[in-house]
Design a protein around this ligand. Structure first.
Ligand code: MGD
Ligand code: MGD
Ligand code: SF4
Ligand code: MO
Length: 751
């Protein structure tokens, strides 16, 4: 770590501690005069920290952590600096329309009439699937819902997608195939009870800082607590590990099967649990048995795992022993290192398998807990049905009875919702390329930077024959390609619901006015619907009315959110579903008798996987396979991408914070000293990184955090000369359709 970076991390810890005091510190006290505090939620990561937002003279001026929320008053530095994202001079404050290749100021009437005309005309002329919506896990639930309804019931297309496809689709696939329904069964509280943490493919310290602090506190409170971190790179998360598994990229699926095999061979399985709760499956059918599973695992020995992964066998065995030891409560956590892979869903299945065969599930501290990236990927997109193949609250487009239920509540004729899933994210932008999709509405996301192999999709968006509408709060790498830019009101300038990693729904309150002519995404969509002739679909006066409708859509489903009324959201500091009635406290242990209201009181076992046939979760046989693009003679290095603590994705917001904008914003290529030596490069020298897609030069950062044969670049740099997605590959998991951002092949040369 560079000195400045170390200082930054220390500062981050210090502000967290400061905010954790909950009551005003000296610094706050000085500023506290005349400040009105309102509870809210941080708009950055999927931890979903509760905050208090301080407003003075109509301006958001301060943030402090909410002591009464799950984060116990802690926030990280990004959260602490939130007010700045509202007030940079670059804010979009009026609509823009592209004329003669230039974006020029326009009125709302002009802009929205043009959008309405283009979309309705395209539907008439080219068919309903010629239009599409591409949304975000950072929009409020009501906003994503308004778009969902406008596109499915108004334009009648299932081309409704969002950036969670780039992020959580493999986790969704994992939960649905293993347990029957999406979303984890545990909560953050499990952290306080776990004896062993298994963190794989997650840089928790940088990407989920407040959760990481909670894990660190747990370890500090009980020295017997052990942490296993598995990542091809040594990250700040790895520094807390008792056992650190630095495996070769993509070999973790082998390791996970070897752990399972180790449990089988060493009597660490829970036979009673398996007998009562587990089915076995291969491919798509759960038609296998225990013996077949044991046979499937046989080749996955620890010896072979050590050879394949490059990890010492002692470390692998010690890790498996800690995980599997019968007295230990084990909590697994993972994020993009597992999801953004050719076999992302399989990776998820294999982690779930470890918990199912050891029975380490549904007990406080024992759980299989996927960390969500964005603040509202769970509530707003996964639960609300904002991907092309799903409908609200666990329903599927392809099931006629599910479509009929939604059509009935929407009051639209049977057959309104198309019977085929729409296009997933990459297919959507590929259809823009081929002009099968002609009009796209992009909201709260920046695909001109964040899509893999991005040159291709930038070209499709820039094409004068495609009509691209972008709603954002700042100019971005996507707004520059747009035909119409709509200025959105930002977090805190509007109200809506966020649902974070642990099934916790929380209300974000409006505390200040939108800037210039900016409007809330919700209001823009309602207005647009009316201009398209679909006003009747959205008779809503405010997001409250849309929320009422969402509660009706959830009724009778396994997403029991009926008790999470608007009134309760205004009052409570988040509520965790299942929560069927307003007086229900919310459910921490999903699927567990006596906790989850869906499980009958007289069910003969402590846990019931009620979303699966026979109430059995499925242990899937998932083999280890090569990545979509493996290093070879011509492109001999693994190229991987990810995050640093200082920045948020495309840095449209953190890049405009004065404390953050210079910190770590330039993408460097992290390269192992052995490789650096061979290339003759030192830290700061230029390294040309070339893939089959493009070739860019990055400054080198020589560090043994990496490993020979692997280089890492962070994704935040929006400079077109260093935008790493020009290099990444647009292959995806055939199950989840999630792109494989974590692995492609490159060659290196000194520049
Ligand atoms: N500061 C900050 N925090 C964020 C975000 C942000 O932009 N900035 N974004 C949020 C979002 S949307 C998300 S999705 C999360 C992402 O959170 P994380 O997934 O924790 O972050 P990443 O850096 O993308 O990737 C995690 C790790 O995957 C590892 N990895 C690479 N290849 C492999 C492999 O083959 N196997 C395994 N097991 N691991 C591998 C990388 O070395 C990296 O350390 O962060 C959220 N939090
Ligand atoms: N190479 C590489 N690429 C990746 C990844 C990776 O690991 N490596 N990770 C992928 C993942 S997991 C994710 S989640 C994506 C994230 O990728 P994006 O979603 O494209 O990135 P963000 O910067 O979060 O974009 C959010 C946009 O919304 C705008 N915005 C903020 N608030 C509002 C609002 O209230 N309304 C509107 N309309 N706009 C608003 C912001 O200014 C910003 O432009 O990136 C993916 N791309
Ligand atoms: S950990 Fe995530 S949610 Fe919490 S303050 Fe930091 S960025 Fe915000
Ligand atoms: Mo993400």
């Amino acid at each position: 770590m560079s000195a400045t970076r170390r200082q930054f991390m220390v500062a981050s810890a210090a502000t967290s501690a400061l905010a954790a005091l909950g009551k005003p510190t000296k610094a706050f006290a000085a500023a506290d005069g005349g400040i009105k505090w309102t509870k809210g939620v941080c708009r950055y990561c999927g931890v979903g920290c509760g905050v208090y937002k301080g407003v003075r003279d109509g301006k958001l001026v301060a943030i402090k952590g909410d002591k009464e929320n799950h984060n116990d008053g802690y926030v990280c530095l990004k959260g602490f600096l939130l007010p700045q994202i509202l007030y940079h001079e670059d804010r979009l404050t009026h609509p823009l329309i592209k004329k003669n290749g230039k974006l020029v100021k326009a009125s709302w009437d002009e802009a929205l009439d043009l959008v309405a005309k283009k979309f309705t005309e395209s539907v008439k002329k080219n068919g309903k699937d010629s239009v599409a919506f591409y949304g975000s896990g950072q929009a409020y639930t009501e906003e994503s819902y308004a778009a969902n309804k406008l596109f499915r019931a108004g334009f009648r297309t299932n081309n409704v997608e969002g950036n969670p496809r780039l992020c959580m689709a493999s986790a969704v696939g994992g939960y649905v195939t293993t347990f029957g329904k999406d979303e984890p069964m545990g909560t953050y509280d499990d952290i306080d009870h776990a004896d062993v943490f298994f963190i794989i493919g997650s840089n928790t310290a940088e990407a989920h800082p407040v959760l990481f602090q909670r894990i660190a506190r747990r370890k500090k409170a009980d020295p017997n607590v052990k942490i296993i971190v598995a990542d091809p790179r040594m990250t700040p998360t790895g520094r807390i590990a008792d056992i650190y598994l630095k495996f070769k990229p993509n070999t973790d699926l082998f390791v996970l099967n070897a752990f399972a095999n180790y449990f089988v061979q060493n009597d660490l399985v829970d036979k009673e649990f398996i007998k009562n709760h587990v089915a076995f499956g291969k491919g798509k059918a759960a038609d296998q048995n225990w013996d077949a599973y044991v046979a499937f695992l046989a080749p996955y020995t620890m010896e072979k795992a050590a050879e394949v992964s490059g990890c010492p066998i002692e470390d692998l065995t010690a890790a498996a022993k800690l995980f599997g030891c019968k007295k230990n409560r084990t909590m697994s956590m993972w994020t993009m290192g597992i999801n953004q892979r050719l076999r992302g869903v399989w990776g998820n299945n294999l982690i779930h398998n470890l918990h199912l065969i050891t029975g380490k599930i549904g007990i406080p501290g024992s759980t299989t807990f996927s960390l969500t990236g964005q603040p509202n990927a769970c509530g707003g997109v996964r639960d609300q049905g904002g991907l092309c193949h799903i409908l609200p609250y666990g329903r599927l487009v392809k099931k006629p009875e599910h479509r009929a239920e939604v059509e009935k509540i929407w009051g639209v004729p049977p057959g309104t919702i198309g019977d085929k899933p729409g296009k997933h994210a990459l297919a959507m932008f590929q259809a823009l390329e081929t002009k099968d999709i002609k009009c796209i509405y992009i909201m709260c996301t920046n695909p001109g930077h964040s899509l893999p192999n991005v040159n291709r999709y930038r070209k499709a968006m820039a094409d004068p024959d495609t009509f691209v509408v972008v709603a954002d709060i700042y100019p971005t790498r996507t707004t520059e390609l747009a035909d119409v830019v709509l200025p959105a009101a930002a977090w805190s300038e509007k109200e809506g619901v966020f649902g974070c990693t642990e099934r916790r729904y929380q209300l974000e309150h409006q505390v200040v006015l939108p800037q210039g002519e900016a409007r809330a995404d919700f209001d823009i969509l309602v207005d647009l619907a009316a201009r398209c002739g679909y006003g009747k679909l959205m008779p809503w006066k405010s997001p409250d009315d849309a929320w009422e409708e969402l509660l009706r859509l959830a009724e009778g489903t396994m997403y029991q959110i009926g008790g999470i009324t608007r009134a309760r959201l205004r009052k409570d500091h988040g509520v965790i579903w299942p929560c069927p009635t307003e007086d229900h406290p919310g459910t921490k242990l999903r699927y567990v008798k006596g906790e989850d209201p869906w499980v009958p009181k007289d069910y003969p076992h402590r846990i019931m996987f009620y979303a699966k046939p026979d109430n059995r979760a499925v242990v899937w046989f998932r083999p280890w396979e090569n990545a979509a693009e493996m290093p070879d003679e011509e492109y001999p290095f693994f190229f991987t991408t990810g995050r640093v603590i200082e920045h948020w994705h495309t840095a449209t917001m953190t890049g405009r914070c004065k404390e953050l904008k210079h910190a770590k914003i330039t993408s460097e290529v992290e390269i192992h000293p052995d490789d650096a030596k061979k290339l003759g490069v030192r830290t700061g020298d230029g390294v040309r990184v070339t893939s089959r897609r493009d070739s860019l030069v990055f400054p080198a950062l020589v560090t043994d955090n990496s490993q020979p044969g692997l280089v890492f670049v962070h994704m935040h740099d929006a400079n077109l000369k260093r935008m790493c997605n020009k290099i990444t590959i647009d292959q995806f998991d055939p199950g989840s359709k999630e792109p494989t951002f974590k692995i492609c092949a490159v060659k290196l040369a000194k520049a």
